[in-house]
Design a protein around this ligand. Structure first.
Ligand SMILES: [Mg+2]
Length: 314
């Protein structure tokens, strides 16, 4: 179903345009309006595939129509072809500047109108397809582009699966949440590019500490989450300490040579009496991270509580 909206104060022109488009079989649905105000209402309600709009109209003219459109994000991609009876070059340029896709001078040639409409419909279709493809790839993407670690979406999905697997195998699973201490200061003092370099360096250090079956992700900003399957609390602590030391040993070239990067980490293990699912596991690790911050940073804290039901390492 494709639709077009024709806005013109002249009934004659509206009819001529509709006739030309009908003959070319370009649209299934035709709508008309007599001025910009009425036209804009139909435009924003029905979101047609293309609009043909007169420049000179009473009440609200074509330029005003374009202005209204420009503030509406949801209407940005709909092409507008302006019709003008003026030979004024500036008015035409202005309409293009204001966001018109194209213009035609009245009296228009029906074949030219149809040809231009075809081009703009085709461009819109390609644009829509590109957008959908981008959206699709975004959805499929599992990797954080800066650090090449897994992203938050992947981590969330995987952690759920890993917990199910740990339940099935009756094995432990440890979760380590850590973040870079005073990261905002690095960004503020050295700029975001330096901040990005620090994130990449920390991610590299993290990769070196990993065992093959561990899953590391950049959870957001300067926060990282590490899933350690088959790992009880003590094993998780070893990994966490190794990571903390590796980050502490990082050095950067001038002008970042005075940056000392440290991380604070919180560790929790599944299953215990209190931790039976994803949410609790995450909460306990997060709470431990909070204590690591409070107790002076550059340290690892483990979850509080009774660990009696913790299973043996697998
Ligand atoms: Mg007019």
């Amino acid at each position: 179903m494709s639709s077009v909206l024709v806005i013109d104060d002249s009934k004659l022109f509206r009819k001529q345009i509709a006739d030309a488009l009908r003959k070319a079989l370009l649209f299934d649905d035709y709508r008309e309006a007599e001025d910009g105000l009425e036209g804009f209402k139909i435009f924003s309600d029905s979101k047609p595939d293309l609009v043909i709009c007169d420049l000179e109209m009473p009440h609200m003219d074509g330029l005003k129509f374009l202005q209204l459109k420009s503030v509406r994000q949801d209407l940005q991609d709909i092409p507008i072809i302006l019709l003008t009876s003026t030979q004024d070059r500036l008015a035409k340029l202005k309409s293009l500047e204001q966001g018109a896709s194209d213009y035609l001078t009245k009296p228009f040639d029906a074949a030219e109108l149809v040809a231009r409409v075809r081009i703009h419909l085709k461009m819109k279709k390609l644009q829509d397809e590109l957008k959908a493809a981008n959206e699709h790839f975004k959805q499929l993407s599992t990797v954080d582009p800066l650090t090449n670690l897994y992203n938050r979406r992947f981590l969330t999905e995987t952690l759920e699966n890993e917990i199910q697997r740990a339940k099935r195998l009756q094995s432990n699973l440890s979760l380590l949440i850590f973040d870079i201490d005073h990261f905002k200061q690095i960004n503020d003092v050295y700029g975001h590019q330096a901040g990005d370099k620090v994130l990449v360096a920390v991610a590299d250090a993290l990769r070196e500490t990993l065992r093959t079956y561990d899953i590391a992700s950049r959870y957001g900003g300067e926060e990282f989450v590490l899933v350690l399957p088959g790992t009880p609390l003590a094993g998780g602590q070893i990994v966490a300490e190794r990571l903390r030391k590796a980050v502490h040993a990082l050095r950067f070239p001038i002008p970042m040579d005075r940056i000392k990067v440290t991380v604070s980490a919180g560790l929790a293990t599944f299953p215990t009496k209190r931790i039976a699912d994803f949410d609790t596991l995450f909460r306990y690790a997060d709470e431990a991270l909070y204590r690591a911050k409070k107790n002076g940073r550059n340290r690892v804290e483990i979850m509080l509580g009774n660990m009696n039901s913790e299973l043996k390492s697998t």
